[in-house]
Write a protein that binds this ligand. Structure first.
Ligand SMILES: O=C(O)CCC(=O)C(=O)O
Length: 227
């Protein structure tokens, strides 16, 4: 297997990646930004294509929908989920729910997605939700904390597919200076440890920057331990 290397250089630390037991291990570049671990290009083209096919199958069973925020405005992303729980929002607030708005249970989290969790966290505990956000034209996500989960000791792992996104990272409390990093298709971010409750969001997506999604746009998967 060809070593997974960082596509774009920069000031990275190095982590030892034992992702492929039995195969030669390799050093993978990891960018540390405000406590988030950003694995640039963790997924190669073939792995991205396989994951897009798996996501497409989830969306076939559990179609994307556009929820309202608790303030009554529709979110600009469309979303769905896989796993025991899906994330949901309406006038009643943000929460995890056991079924898609159609009433059907969420489909299982695809094995290739769980494999990324295993690879970057090394945890025996696995996520119960894979939230799938689709960013079409003009979609973005305001700075927020992921805090609808019961226990913040578990990280949230984010996988980017499709168009580039300008990902903004703030602080563990609202306000203050922020830093931004462009996330590209195949990049994986681990938001854990002391940075688990760090504010983050997506300011914009660079339309047409990737050919990974047939119809363009961006998919972000976030893996979460809910209970
Ligand atoms: O799209 C992204 O990169 C971030 C998604 C996110 O912050 C979320 O789903 O809570």
């Amino acid at each position: 297997m060809a070593p997974a290397t960082c596509r774009r250089g920069a000031k990275q630390g190095i982590c030892e990646d034992f992702a492929d037991p039995g195969e030669e291990y390799h050093a993978m570049a990891v960018l540390k930004v405000r406590g988030f671990d950003v694995y640039k290009g963790l997924l190669d083209g073939a792995a991205q294509a396989q994951m897009v096919a798996a996501v497409r199958e989830v969306v076939r069973v559990a179609p994307l929908f556009q929820p309202d925020t608790p303030y009554g405005k529709p979110m600009s992303v469309r979303l769905t989920a896989a796993g025991q729980y899906g994330w949901y929002s309406d006038r009643k607030g943000y929460r995890y729910v056991a079924a898609h708005p159609s009433g059907r249970p969420w489909p299982a989290i695809p094995p290739e997605v769980l494999a990324v969790w295993d690879r970057v966290t090394g945890l025996a505990r696995r996520p119960e939700c894979c939230l799938i956000n689709y960013y079409g034209e003009g979609a973005k996500m305001g700075l927020h904390q992921d805090r609808d989960e019961a226990d913040f000791q578990w990280p949230v792992v984010s996988i980017s597919l499709g168009d580039d996104a300008l990902f903004r990272i703030g602080n563990t409390t609202r306000g203050g200076k922020t830093e931004s990093v462009w996330l590209q298709s195949g990049d994986v971010v681990v938001m854990g440890g002391a940075a688990r409750l760090t504010y983050h969001g997506v300011d914009r997506v660079r339309a047409g920057s990737s050919r990974v999604l047939e119809k363009g746009g961006r998919i972000n998967l976030t893996l979460r331990v809910v209970g």
